[in-house]
Ligand binder design. Structure first.
Ligand code: FES
Length: 256
C-alpha cells in the first residue's frame, strides 16, 4: 500500500512533451520521467541496466524508451525488448529498469518513489477542493529547503492580470492547501482585483527545490493564455528574488 503523502509533484504536465524524456533529481533518487507518443507518463530509475547510461538522454521510439548508448529499447513496463547488437535473440528478463508509480493530476506530473510503489501501479485519489481546473504556468528552481522557500513565497506580492492600480487597495492572504496532495500553498488576492495562485513543489538534491506555479483556469482559451504568461513572468521574478534576497524587497513589492 502506498499513502497519499508519498506522491511528489515533479513537473508541470505541459513541461513534458509527447515522445520525450527528462531527468528529475530527488533527494534519494535519480528519476527519468517520459511520455509516450500517445500521452502516457512513466517514472523510472534514471539508469540503463546495461552500462548505466542515463535513460533521460534516450529517445522515445515506437512507445519504447531507447537508451542512447547501445540502443536497448524498454517497453512501458521497463522491460528490455530490443538489443540492436543481438537482433535475433530475446532480451533476458533481467534486463529491466526499476519503475515507480506515476500519474497526472491538476496538470502536474506526480511520482511515488517509495519502496511500496516500485514495480506496481499505485493509485492517487482526492480532489483539490476550492481550486478546481488548475492550470500549470511554470516551474522554477531555487536554492533552499522546500518548506522554508514556500514560507518565503508567501511574502510575494503580485498584481492580478489587467489590474492597473498600485495594489494598495488589495489584500493578500496565504494559506496552506492541504487538499492538494503534497506541500502546497495558495495566495489569494482580494479587493478591487482578485486572483488566486497555487504553488507546490518538490525537494531536489544539494539544498535545491522546484516550485510549480499554477492558477485556476477560466475556461476562456485566450484569457488563460494571457494568465499563463502573466504568472510565468511572475514566477521568473520570484526565482530571481529568491536568489537575490537583498533585492527581494523590491522584487516582491507592488508598491515600489
Ligand atoms: S548503456 Fe544502455 S544500452 Fe548500453
Amino acid at each position: 500500500m502506498t499513502s497519499q503523502s508519498n506522491w511528489i509533484p515533479v513537473s508541470g504536465s505541459g513541461d513534458l512533451a509527447a515522445a520525450s524524456a527528462r531527468a528529475v533529481v530527488l533527494p534519494d533518487h535519480d528519476v527519468v520521467i517520459w511520455r509516450t507518443k500517445t500521452g502516457a507518463v512513466h517514472a523510472w530509475e534514471n539508469r540503463c541496466p546495461h552500462r548505466g547510461m542515463r535513460m533521460s538522454f534516450g529517445q522515445v521510439r515506437d512507445e519504447k524508451l531507447v537508451c542512447r548508448y547501445h540502443g536497448w529499447g524498454f517497453d512501458e513496463e521497463g522491460q528490455c525488448q530490443n538489443i540492436p547488437a543481438s537482433p535475433n535473440a530475446a532480451a533476458p528478463p533481467t534486463a529491466c529498469i526499476k519503475t515507480w508509480s506515476c500519474t497526472e493530476k491538476d496538470n502536474l506530473i506526480w511520482v511515488d518513489v517509495s519502496d511500496e510503489s516500485a514495480g506496481e501501479g499505485s493509485a492517487m485519489s482526492g480532489d483539490s477542493d476550492g481550486v478546481s481546473s488548475l492550470m500549470f504556468c511554470k516551474s522554477v528552481y531555487t536554492d533552499g529547503d522546500l518548506d522554508k522557500v514556500l514560507a518565503l513565497v508567501g511574502s510575494a506580492r503580485f498584481l492580478p492580470l489587467g489590474y492597473d492600480g498600485d495594489g494598495r487597495d488589495l489584500d493578500w492572504s496565504m494559506t496552506d492547501l492541504p487538499d492538494l496532495v503534497g506541500d502546497a500553498i495558495q495566495i489569494l488576492v482580494s479587493g478591487a482585483g482578485s486572483d488566486q495562485i497555487v504553488i507546490t513543489g518538490h525537494q531536489a538534491r544539494d539544498g535545491r527545490c522546484g516550485l510549480h506555479i499554477m492558477t485556476p483556469s477560466t475556461g476562456d482559451h485566450d484569457l488563460d493564455r494571457q494568465r499563463r504568461l502573466h504568472y510565468s513572468k511572475w514566477a521568473k521574478r520570484l526565482r530571481w528574488s529568491l536568489s537575490n534576497p537583498d533585492a527581494a524587497q523590491d522584487g516582491f513589492s507592488v508598491f515600489s
